[in-house]
Write a new protein. Structure first.
Ligand SMILES: [Zn+2]
Length: 67
């Protein structure tokens, strides 16, 4: 089971109306409209896989501090 990245609907690859490949990953779509939206701005819909990306900058870095 795949997930339509535009509307987040579950899509069976076999039954997908349309599909696209982006950065080596196949994406399946429930409709041509979702496919069009994705191909127009794939970076907006494709999940980010950058695990090195730090979480919130600032707060998380503040540890215990003693005088
Ligand atoms: Zn869709």
């Amino acid at each position: 089971m795949a997930t339509d990245p535009v509307c987040n609907m579950a899509v069976e690859p076999d039954k997908a109306v349309d599909k696209a490949e982006y950065q080596g990953t196949n994406y399946y779509f429930c409709s041509h409209d979702c496919h069009k939206a994705f191909t127009a701005e794939p970076e907006k819909y494709a999940p980010k896989n950058d695990t090195r990306n730090p979480p919130a900058i600032g707060a998380a870095r503040v540890g215990h501090r003693s005088h």
